[in-house]
Design a protein around this ligand. Structure first.
Ligand code: C2E
Ligand code: MG
Ligand code: MG
Length: 673
């Protein structure tokens, strides 16, 4: 009895419900847990796992008593409330021989929560599968060894594989070789526990071997105790973004018009090349190229023609350089060629000459345009930076332009000093205009017949505080390289008109002013001239503008309009230094010039060269036919004067007829006014 009592205590204290039932489901005895779990009146309406009511003979205890075999881990449901809630029990039933016969001993545990959790998990899995299957991104399950276990439609489609074709392949096989190391490094970090996920942009290999840029996110799935199970890889096609990115990068480093690398890219390439030159000991060079008088083409032929010239220049530069060398556009009409591993320093000059020869051929993309180019060369030296080398090349270019353009010049250290001086000079020149230290000498243009003065040509000089009086050659080429010369022209024009106003009288001589080539074709001249005329009050017909042949070289519709406007204003035009340009005779017809000044060099050679005499003669007779006056420049000897007179030249200028000088009363008397 004591034993029986003790046992019932033990049974009562169990969490599991324990009961003895007969074949009809009548409870013969039960512990407390059982009575809490199972409302006895519900025992007859047991449910199977699908919620269907079980027939009485299907009840587990009935089966156990019927067959004598135990039932293990059967899940049954018991309605737990009126509103359809079900309590789920996992039951084990064994037969037992008692005094009253064989009974079924049943133990039961509540598994309602577990069952709900499992159902939720199943639903989640199902949802995940659905989502993965139809996800726009590619999802794959990859084993720890890198083998693809499962992949969704999008994953297969992105890589060009059919469904299921990817299973069994390794991720090595579908990764671009260049990105494999990156990927593997991240995987190792994940496995080492350094991170839970990683995200990289990498290239996959598609089925037909193309590269596919994708963003990959990888998570490592672990089991409940934290051991790695498999990788979940998610990929998104980023080729469009990648292309846009590359296009942007290209745009940022390239010139849009010519497609050449731009300034920033050139500097980067130069830095790299300098590093290589330091290692190899073979010099590299920058060749700074600037098209001569490009503005003329642009301003007079329009931007389209200008663009065509730039594009063709770029193409030609590319034909002149070796593989691995670079041609870049700095902006405007400036280009830089980078040459590496030069066999010798002299080689850089050969390349420069080749560039010049190539550019000088007539342009084919722009009709009737022939360009020349100036090139500054700077060679690498130990420790120099890319920016310094570029600055050196620029200084050398400046030198080439000062020396007359259409040539190359090699950088020398003193050029930097010159560049500094030049800046100083520019400042000084501005100051000189302000303080009127720029002044005009006048040289008479005389009628060869009676020697009377027809005009005075204004020639600018600079009363320099330290260096004394400077001739135009000492400062104009520098000013011509920048727009400073425009200010000088304006200054001279106004002074000359003001002076001429003071000479006023019935036979007052005309005044002739030199205009810089840089000024022509910009459309600025008519306004400038009109202002000088109205401020001074001189008759327009008394003013002549001398334009050099070179300035008229690019004469084109816009420039012609500009010249025509000047003629309409009533001023006269002269072609200066005639014979030194290229296409002299055609200019006589194109340009509305009143007279032509035959260059001093012809006059000088007349005595010794029959050809020179013949040219002068031809020009004189052609001009007579076109009703253009001819002035012979640089007459120094009586013999020349007489000869020119005989050839029919009506005007002359030169030391014999009068040196340039300050004009005073004496000069005016000499004018025969
Ligand atoms: P240019 O217009 O052909 O001027 C004639 C140059 O020849 C002047 O030199 C003059 O002094 C020089 N000359 C005159 N007769 C003789 C001679 O018989 N023998 C020799 N050997 N030389 C003679 P300059 O004044 O040095 O001017 C040189 C050039 O500078 C000018 O050539 C002109 O192109 C330019 N220039 C002068 N003044 C101005 C100016 O105010 N504005 C601009 N834009 N250019 C100017
Ligand atoms: Mg002149
Ligand atoms: Mg001249």
């Amino acid at each position: 009895m004591l034993r029986g009592l003790a046992l019932s205590h033990v049974v009562d204290s169990l969490h599991e419900g324990v009961a003895a039932l007969d074949a009809h489901g009548v409870v013969l005895g039960a512990n407390e847990a059982f009575t809490r779990l199972v409302p006895l009146e519900q025992l007859s309406t047991l449910l199977d796992t699908r919620g269907v009511v079980l027939a009485t003979d299907q009840h587990p205890w009935a089966q156990v008593l019927g067959t004598g075999e135990p039932v293990h881990d059967r899940v049954v449901g018991i309605p737990a409330s009126d509103d359809g809630e079900v309590r789920w029990l996992r039951v084990n039933v064994v037969p037992a021989e008692l005094d009253l016969g064989v009974v079924a001993v049943l133990t039961a545990v509540d598994v309602t929560l577990e069952r709900h959790a499992a159902a939720a998990l199943e639903a989640a899995e199902h949802r995940f599968r659905l989502a993965a299957e139809h996800a726009p991104i590619g999802i794959a399950i990859v084993s720890l060894e890198g083998v693809l276990l499962e992949s969704n439609d999008a994953f297969c489609r992105l890589l060009g594989y059919g469904r299921g074709e990817l299973s069994g392949l390794t991720f090595h096989a579908i990764t671009h070789p260049d990105d494999l190391a990156l990927d593997v490094a991240h995987v190792e970090e994940l496995l080492a526990g350094g991170a839970e996920t990683y995200r990289i942009v990498k290239r996959y290999l598609t089925r037909n071997g193309d590269a596919l840029w994708a963003q990959l996110t990888v998570a490592l799935a672990r089991d409940t105790i934290g051991a790695p199970l498999y990788f979940i890889s998610m990929i998104e096609d980023v080729s469009a973004q990648r292309e846009a990115h590359e296009a942007l990068e290209h745009q940022a480093s390239h010139d849009e018009l010519t497609g050449l690398p731009n300034r920033a890219a050139l500097l980067a390439k130069t830095s790299d090349a300098l590093a290589r030159a330091a290692v190899s000991g073979r010099p590299m060079a920058l060749l700074f190229c600037d098209l001569d008088h490009f503005k003329l083409v642009n301003d007079s032929r329009g931007h389209e023609a200008g663009d065509a010239v730039l594009v063709e220049t770029a193409e030609r530069l590319l034909t002149c350089i070796r593989d691995g060398d670079t041609a870049a556009r700095m902006g405007g009409d400036e280009f830089v060629v980078l040459c590496e591993a030069l066999p010798s320093r002299a080689h850089a000059e050969q390349v420069a000459q080749r560039l010049i020869d190539e550019i000088t051929k007539p342009m084919t993309r722009a009709h009737h345009v022939t360009m020349t180019v100036s090139v500054g060369i700077a060679l690498s030296e130990p420790g120099i930076t890319a920016a310094e080398l570029l600055r050196n090349a620029d200084a050398a270019l400046y030198r080439a332009k000062e020396d007359g353009r259409d040539r190359h010049a090699l950088f020398m250290p003193e050029l930097i000093e010159r560049a500094t001086r030049r800046l100083g000079l520019e400042h000084e020149l501005r100051e000189a205009m302000r303080t009127e230290a720029l002044f005009l000498d006048y040289q008479p243009v005389r009628r060869l017949g009676d020697g009377s003065v027809a005009a005075y040509e204004a020639l600018v000089r600079w009363q320099h505080p330290v260096r004394g009086v400077l001739a135009p050659d000492a400062f104009l080429p520098m000013a011509e390289a920048t727009d400073l010369v425009l200010e000088i022209d304006r200054y001279v024009l106004q002074r000359a008109c003001d002076d001429a106003m003071r000479w006023d009288g019935p036979d007052a001589p005309n005044v002739s002013v030199n205009i810089s080539a840089r000024h022509v074709g910009r459309g600025l001249l008519p306004g400038l001239v009109a202002r000088a005329l109205s401020r001074s009050g001189i008759e327009p017909s008394r003013l002549t503008l001398e334009l050099t042949e070179t300035a008229l070289l690019g004469v084109t519709p816009t420039a012609t309009t500009e010249l025509d406007t000047l003629v309409l204003l009533g001023v006269r035009l002269a072609i200066d230094d005639f014979g030194t340009g290229y296409s002299s005779l055609t200019h006589l017809i194109d340009v509305p010039a009143s007279y032509v000044k035959i260059d001093r060099s012809f006059v000088m050679r007349m005595a010794s060269s029959e050809a020179s005499t013949a040219i002068v003669e031809a020009v004189v007779s052609l001009c007579r036919a076109l009703q253009i006056d001819v002035v012979a420049e640089g007459i120094e000897e009586e013999e020349q004067r007489a000869m020119l007179s005989r050839l029919g030249c009506s005007y002359g200028q030169g030391y014999l007829l009068g040196r340039p000088g300050r004009i005073g009363l004496t000069a005016l008397e000499g004018a025969g006014a």
